[in-house]
Design a protein around this ligand. Sequence first.
Ligand SMILES: Cc1ncc(COP(=O)(O)O)c(C=O)c1O
Length: 489
Amino acid sequence: MTHAHCRTNCLPPLRPDEVPILAELVRHAALGRIPLHVPGHKRGRGLPSALGAWLGAAALLDLTELPGLDNLQHPNGCIAASQRLAAAHYGSDDCFYSVGGSSAGVMAALLGCLAEGDAVLLAGAFHVSAWRGLVLSGALPRLWPTPFSDALHALLPPTAADVAEALAAHPDVRAVYLTSPTYQGLVAPVAEIAKVVHQRGLPLIVDEAHGAHLGLAPGLPQHSVAAGADVVIQSVHKTLPALAQTAWVHCRRGRVDAERVQAALRLLHTTSPSYLLLASLDAAQAWLRTAGRAEAERVLQVVGRLPQAPAPDPFAWDPFRRWFATRGPDDSRLLLQALADAGVEPEYGDAWGVLCLFGFGLAARDVMRCEAALAAWQRQRGEAAEGGSAEEAGDGRWLRAWHTLADEWRRVPPAVTPREAYQRSSERVPLSACAGRVAADLITPYPPGVPLVVPGMRLTAPVRDALCELSSLVELHGLGRDGQIRVLK
Ligand SMILES: Cc1ncc(COP(=O)(O)O)c(C=O)c1O
């Protein structure tokens, strides 16, 4: 099993029982049978050539359930064996594969841990899939926003003190949910948070979509399974060498019912997952246990040459990520242009900064190209500052509006549940006329792409004023093109 283009991610020769899904697929392909079954491309033979030429032999592996290939809905063969190997690597009791990304994993975690009417603490910013999990489960959010760091231009994850305070304010919660690392790469003190949560006898769910590589080598922060979380969702595709859509969900038995989480994944998954994705998950678990550590050490050394602002206590940075905070929209544009000129494509950029994801398979010279772009940017921004065109990111108005909205989250309990807000009919009204109404949509300012209004939230006069202020400063996703906001009837 080797990778044609890759110098560093080659797997050593492995026994079939170390890559159980791949081994079954290869065995099956070698039978050379005439495929009178789905998928309709008949092992690539019928694929339109514009795509078939790119997929090549990989199309042979794009199968669904066939005898010997197990079944993701009820795994008891090669998929179950591969999941056990992944669980053993992280030290979880169960690992369930997802072909619907962490989005499906997060929804399944919430569905599997909560019943209708149960309250869950959402500590800090959360991905939209968490909200969808509440709609599906009928659970109730207890929101606890965390501060936006003016120095880092990034939202902070929660601390153990935040979680303790939030639990004291919301004694009804049945589970705690948080995201670590954040998109910008700040890792929460999950072990300390887990202690606080477990003292209350509650389970801790961690959205670790951006952290499947954590703990792989000294120098990488501990992953959340090791830190004691009960359910951990990781996008394998985001940071490990794996195909898009691949993810897994780890469970520790005791405080959660792993079978309920698995049943929820079954509910959310297609009944015909592509074995290309399952094979990719299988190869990723084998890679983690074999070549992964040495490759992680190499990448750590290579990215170590890039600048990194110190992480504020008690957080740590994911060393594979670099969030370059900028002085404002023009400064971000300068950096994006410098990167483009160097042939580098970053993950994301906005008025507050630019995010670059480093990782496995990147060569030292790739990182040096980024370094050269950063040096060019520093020169150009120095010149721009001399010319008097440097700007500050926001002028305080943005942050004031942000804090108002965050305070309202704490102060005003949601008027209706996420599920009810999803099901009820709604109408559009001008933003200026929304006070007193109940929001029907998530409203997400870009930057920083974190929802600030959630469906079911009462749009008080301070919320209306903050939204009007924000809409003049940044793009607000969730508002209509005409600037109107959708509210419940
Ligand atoms: C924090 C976080 N959680 C979950 C997800 C969903 O992950 P996926 O794309 O694997 O479905 C994302 C996606 O960007 C994310 O940023």
